[in-house]
Every structure is written in structure tokens, then in C-alpha cells.
Design a protein around this ligand. Structure first.
Ligand SMILES: [Cu+2]
Length: 487
């Protein structure tokens, strides 16, 4: 009898394990939570920075930059872009945890800085420092200002903002949502992102970020955390269908990607291993910054406000009725109680007028509450929109990416133009909504308040705007089968 129960309990435990395994593809019970760097606590950021210093000291930072540089031709301008970089960020995260247990990868939601990226808190002396200075464009502030790199040669960290002291506007979340909604499969998404929002960040910062050893700049990892989160958000729209979805051509445009395709630089890892973020190997989730939620609130508020204004302004009947209500109201005060019928009419019209008045206060409330709600969704304290230059209430149109960079990546200029066109259309659509306020604008108002109250400021350096792109030779497109086997 004792044995019988032992067997039953054993079978039950086995069944439970199978259910567990079947529901999440393995034992990913406590996924790592990846946060936006500004949402992380001071303690979490401190640990992250300390882990990075350990990784710099033991050569890991340089090793990862070299891997990216060596595999560059196989992992860009190819459908493998998102899959490879997903795993690459995971490798980085594993190294962080080896350096300091409990540290996870963080990401940078640059959509919040889309309007004026150079004013982001990330580029302050207390964080990653700003633009490069002097003839060699070395970054001379920030916590890692002393670092020297070894890939390809010995050098300081370089940044050369693409607009002199400023960075070309980045994709706002409105345009990212467009990418997510318009991509029916993995292949479409990966190309939309690689030649779109991804390139703008590299190109905007310049220096090491526009080289294939970009991981020298720690912001590379935060940027690719964001890129991976966009992929994650796209998968979450229909997780069951999209968790292992893969399609498209590898570099060279001949071979089709499959779950068995080995990852460049990591021949033991297959593409099929790095798609589902809930599997054993990856096992993480993202804590989102609330941009998607904030946008929904902003859109709804704008729609309501516009609807109300339209009914009030263009509907001539309405304003006549309002006028009539006003007149009858005044008359009604005196004669209403004399002639009962007229009194009733006055009462009816008065109700209509009251409705309208109520709508006005509703409108004010709606817009006021919406701003509060958007701010809350973004996890910010109250913001003062009066700090904004009125033009910053709208989203700027980012300039087209630089031709030299386009050549280096090997991505088709026609595809990059198409991505840019779509993004411009999306931004114009939102800018045409009179009462729409982008989460980017709200966040920028918040940032401006912080800049105003800052006790430390970096010495402004005058850098002439770069008008021309550095000419680049297009990368040769190797056949994927020529993939070198890593040592
Ligand atoms: Cu890359």
C-alpha cells in the first residue's frame, strides 16, 4: 500500500512537471525582468555599472565588440538580424551576472528622447557622457570616460553626433507601433527595424556606434535591449503564433533561414533556440515604460476633444440652438412661469445648453486628466507642458539616414527610403491630430524640468554640424555557407 501511494505521488509529480514543461517550453519559472535604465532603482543601476567595470577589466567588453565586428557581415542586412542580436544581448546579460550575480540587462527606451536625443539623461556626466570632444572626438565625461578599447585598434570611446551638438530626431513610439502593426511576419519586422529605427540611433550618436565594433559603447547594449523589446512586443501581440516564427533570406539572399541555422560566432546555438524569450536559454520578460499605454490615452483624449470641437464649431444647428437657449433662457426667467408651455420649452433648451456647458468642463477635465494619465502611464511626476517650446508639442520629422552608413550596412537604399517614408507618414498623421500630445513630448517636458533644476551641467562644447556622411565602401555580401567556424 505504501509503495502504491509512492508510485501515485511519483506519477502526479511527473505529470505536474510535464504540464509545466508543456506550458512554457521548459523550466523558465522565474524569468529575468529587464527594466528601462531610468526605471531601474539607483541600486540596480549602480550594480549594472559595477558589473560593466568588472567586464571591462576582465576583457569581456572588448571580446564582445570583437565578436560583433567579426560576424558583422553575417548578422546584418539579413533576416537573422533580430534573432542574432536577441541572443547577443543574452550573452551580454549572462556576462553581467557572472560579473555580479543578480544584475540583468537594461534597455534604453529612446522613443522617450526621440525629439532631442542629445538632451537625454543617458548622455550626462553621471551616466554615459555626451558628445566626443576635440579632433579625436573622444568622450571625455561619463562614468566610463577612462576606458580604452582594443577592437580594431587601441582607441578611446568616440562619439560624433550627426547634427553637431545635436542628434537627429529618433523614431517616436508612434512609428514603432506602426512597425509592430504593419509586420505580418518575423521577416517583415526584422527588416523594418534594422533599416529603420535601429539605424537612427547608431547613426545619430556616431563614432564607435557607427562602426561594427559598436558594442564598445555601452549604450549599444541598451539600444539593442530596446530593439529586442520591440521584437518582444511584436511577439506578444500573438504569442502562440509568433513565439517561434521565423522566415526570410540569410545574407547573400540565397539561403532561407530555418530553426536549424547556426548562429554566427556561436555555432552550437541554433536560430530555433533564440526565438522564444520564455524558453530555458533566454527566460526573460521586459518591464515596459508605458509608452504604448500613454499613446492610447493620448489618442483617446485627442479623439474626444476633436469630436467635441467639431460638434460645437461646424454644427451650425448646435450654435443656433445654443443661442436660442440663451435667449429663451433669459426670457424664460421672466415669462417662463407665466406661460407653462413656454416654460417647458425653456427648460428643455436650458438642459441642452447645460449639456454643452457640461461638455466644455468635461473637455477640460478630459484633456487635463489625460495629461495626468499619460504622465502617470510613463511613470513620471507631474509635468509642466509650458516648459516646452510650442513646436515640441508636435513630433519632429527625422532627416533621412546618411548615405555612407547605408552603404556600409549593405542594406538596400530603396528599403531604407521606404522605411523613412512610412515613418514620416505616421508622424504626420499624429501631428495632424490637433489635440494629440505624444508621450515623447510629455517626457521631454519632464526632462527639461530636470535640466533646469540640475546642479551640475556639462561644459558645452561647440562642434560644427557634420554636413556630409563619411564615405563607406559597401560591405561584401558573403554566402551564409561561408560562415567561419568560431574557434
Ligand atoms: Cu549589430
Amino acid at each position: 500500500m505504501k509503495n502504491f501511494f509512492a508510485v501515485v505521488i511519483g506519477l502526479l509529480l511527473l505529470a505536474l512537471q510535464l504540464v509545466e514543461a508543456g506550458s512554457n517550453g521548459g523550466g523558465c519559472k522565474n524569468p529575468i525582468v529587464r527594466k528601462e535604465i531610468r526605471s531601474a532603482s539607483d541600486e540596480e543601476r549602480k550594480n549594472f555599472f559595477e558589473a560593466l567595470q568588472v567586464m571591462k577589466n576582465n576583457g569581456v567588453v572588448d571580446k564582445l565588440a570583437k565578436i560583433h565586428n567579426d560576424q558583422a557581415n553575417y548578422v546584418h542586412n539579413s533576416t537573422i538580424f533580430l534573432a542574432f542580436h536577441r541572443y547577443f544581448v543574452k550573452v551580454f546579460e549572462n556576462e553581467l551576472q557572472k560579473a555580479k550575480p543578480g544584475v540583468s540587462a537594461l534597455y534604453w527606451d529612446w522613443t522617450l528622447d526621440a525629439q532631442h536625443p542629445e538632451n537625454s539623461i543617458l548622455f550626462t556626466p553621471e551616466w554615459f557622457g555626451g558628445n566626443g570632444q576635440g579632433d579625436d572626438h573622444c568622450v571625455k565625461d561619463g562614468i566610463f570616460k577612462e576606458w580604452q578599447f582594443t577592437t580594431i585598434d587601441k582607441h578611446c570611446l568616440k562619439r560624433i553626433y550627426n547634427k553637431g551638438n545635436a542628434i537627429n530626431a529618433l523614431y517616436p513610439y508612434e512609428a514603432i507601433l506602426g512597425n509592430i502593426n504593419n509586420s505580418a511576419n518575423y521577416d517583415q519586422l526584422t527588416h523594418a527595424i534594422e533599416g529603420g529605427c535601429h539605424g537612427f540611433v547608431h547613426l545619430g550618436m556616431g563614432g564607435d556606434m557607427t562602426e561594427m565594433y559598436a558594442p564598445n559603447d555601452i549604450t549599444f547594449w541598451l539600444h539593442h535591449g530596446m530593439i529586442d523589446m520591440i521584437y518582444y512586443q511584436w511577439q506578444m501581440v500573438d504569442y502562440e503564433t509568433r513565439k517561434n516564427d521565423i522566415s526570410g533570406k540569410l545574407v547573400g539572399g540565397v539561403e532561407e533561414i530555418s530553426h536549424d541555422t547556426p548562429l554566427p560566432g556561436y555555432p552550437d546555438v541554433k536560430v530555433g533556440d533564440v526565438l522564444d524569450f520564455k524558453n530555458n536559454l533566454l527566460c526573460y520578460v521586459y518591464e515596459e515604460t508605458g509608452t504604448a499605454k500613454a499613446m492610447k490615452i493620448a489618442e483617446e483624449a485627442a479623439r474626444k476633444a476633436a469630436e467635441y470641437k467639431k460638434s460645437q464649431g461646424s454644427g451650425k444647428g448646435n450654435s443656433k440652438r445654443d443661442l436660442l437657449g440663451g435667449v429663451l433662457g433669459a426670457v424664460g426667467d421672466t415669462v417662463g412661469n407665466v406661460v407653462e408651455d413656454v416654460g417647458d420649452v425653456v427648460k428643455d433648451v436650458g438642459d441642452v445648453v447645460e449639456d454643452v456647458v457640461e461638455s466644455v468642463s468635461d473637455l477640460l477635465d478630459a484633456v487635463g486628466d489625460a495629461i495626468k494619465d499619460i504622465t502617470k502611464a510613463l511613470g513620471l511626476e507631474d509635468v509642466d507642458l509650458n516648459l516646452l517650446d510650442p513646436k515640441d508639442l508636435k513630433l519632429p520629422i527625422p532627416d533621412k539616414p546618411c548615405g555612407g552608413w547605408v552603404a556600409m550596412t549593405g542594406i538596400s537604399p530603396a528599403l531604407i527610403d521606404e522605411q523613412h517614408k512610412q515613418m514620416v507618414q505616421t508622424i504626420k498623421k499624429y501631428n495632424s491630430m490637433k489635440y494629440y500630445i505624444s508621450p515623447s513630448a510629455i517626457h521631454y517636458a519632464h526632462r527639461l524640468a530636470a535640466i533646469r533644476n540640475a546642479t551640475t551641467t556639462s561644459t558645452p562644447v561647440v562642434v560644427p554640424p557634420r554636413r556630409k556622411c563619411i564615405p563607406r565602401t559597401p560591405s561584401p555580401a558573403p554566402a551564409y555557407s561561408a560562415l567561419p567556424v568560431a574557434a
